[in-house]
Design a protein around this ligand. Structure first.
Ligand code: NAI
Ligand code: MG
Length: 372
């Protein structure tokens, strides 16, 4: 029996392309693993009414880790219109399966390293080395949303909140409410993950990203919790910044930052910004990590216009594989893989279209495997 069971979840769009390239690398590393395919994504929604079928949920309960490609998500009404006729009008509501997976399996840490590998023509500046810790289960992603707004909710908020007065008499169809829900527990554990990481890896600073001056209740709680957690790490230097200023400062002085930690939505935003500084979405790797299960994926989406063309860059996914190897305790394999990626980038002979080259997704995977 193999040492590890790994769920293999290509999803849709370019998900299969990038996972196929990663498989070449994993085979070369001879990881002692069994890869078990699971269905997830747009076809599951369209033909079965559920983008994250129960059989895939059951599979994830039995594995050590998962590798996930990408899935397509569309707004609720568009999603309903694309269901097969037999499923139309049954009140099925689309929700992003990756968001559900993070919540269902309590994958509360989203870790996204963004490192500028030397010689990458897409580096914003050489030497950038940032790690984003994004809270992954709550905040505006909690899924507590109302459209239309029920009359009783409007009435209740009208009684409870003065700033709600301008909205309280609106008809329910004329507005919408998405709740940002942040807990002390949820904030604390992502903050601790970031501080632990900084301590264990000798990183120079943790920056807490928020908007507590305006979003006072939820981000106020996040910032207050950060102050408490920071007291437990007197050896780790930290500061805090508003999300808007953070975007500006990151572009201006990326070398002033190191580990960034944020609630879910701001973490999502700075992740793309940081990924772009080290080559774009083709380089943005990530891990969704819980206490028992971790699911690794590129941070990009399904890029439908490139689906099945084997054109996109698999490095984001291959670096996610590196993270998975580290998490499984296969550190040597992780080091070997990262070294191979760095060499192929530095050499510059094999480049996908985003890097200005003509190599295919699989050629990039093969070039990296050949370097191991
Ligand atoms: P996207 O990340 O799929 O693609 C945006 C653009 O980035 C692409 O058109 C392409 O030019 C470039 N790109 C993405 N990955 C690349 C790669 N590996 N190599 C080179 N270039 C790459 O984002 P978009 O277009 O906003 O969303 C497409 C779909 O993906 C949507 O349905 C969205 O909901 C979904 N999505 C899924 C995610 C997930 O599966 N975790 C995350 C983000 C979006
Ligand atoms: Mg995103």
């Amino acid at each position: 029996m193999a040492k590890y069971k790994i769920a293999w979840l290509p999803g849709d769009g370019i998900g299969s392309d990038v996972l196929d390239a990663s498989r070449i690398v994993l085979e070369r590393l001879k990881l002692d693993a069994e890869y078990i395919p699971g269905d997830i994504g747009w076809e599951c929604w369209r033909t079965g009414g559920d983008a994250f079928p129960q059989r895939t949920i059951e599979l994830l309960k039995t594995v050590d880790a998962a590798l996930f490609g990408a899935i397509t998500s569309k707004p609720v009404k568009v999603a309903e219109a694309e269901l097969i006729p037999e499923l139309q009008g049954k009140g099925l509501v689309y929700r992003s399966p990756i968001v559900r997976m993070r919540q269902l399996f309590d994958l509360y840490i989203c870790q996204r390293p963004c490192k500028a590998y030397p010689g990458n023509p897409l580096n914003y500046k050489e030497g950038i080395d940032l790690v984003v810790f994004r809270e992954n289960t709550e905040d505006l992603y909690a899924g507590v949303e109302f459209r239309p707004v029920p009359t009783e909710l409007g009435a209740l908020l009208g009684n409870l909140s003065k700033p709600f007065a301008p909205f309280k008499d609106l008809p329910g169809e004329e507005y919408a409410i998405s709740c940002k829900v942040n807990t002390r527990h949820g904030s604390r554990r992502i903050l601790k993950a970031a501080f632990d990481f900084a301590r264990q890896n000798g990183r120079k600073r943790v920056t807490v990203v928020h908007k507590a001056n305006v979003v006072r209740a939820t981000d106020g709680l996040f910032l207050e919790t950060a102050q408490e957690v920071a007291r437990e790490y007197p050896d780790v230097t930290w500061d805090e910044a508003n999300i808007d200023a953070m975007c500006m400062w990151l572009l201006k002085n990326p070398f002033n930052y190191d580990v960034l930690v944020a609630p879910n939505l701001y973490g999502d935003i700075i992740s793309d910004l940081c990924a772009q500084m080290v080559g774009g979405l083709g380089f943005g790797c990530s891990g969704n990590i819980g206490d028992r299960l971790a699911v690794y994926e590129p941070s990009h989406g399904s890029a439908p216009k490139y689906a099945g063309m084997y054109k996109v860059n698999p490095i984001a996914t291959i670096l996610s594989v590196k993270m998975m190897l580290d998490w499984l305790g296969e550190k040597d394999k992780g080091v070997a893989l990262e070294k191979a990626v760095a060499e192929v980038i530095r050499e510059g002979k094999v480049r996908t279209y985003d890097m200005g080259g003509t190599s295919s997704t699989l050629e990039m995977g093969q070039a990296i495997a050949d370097r191991i």
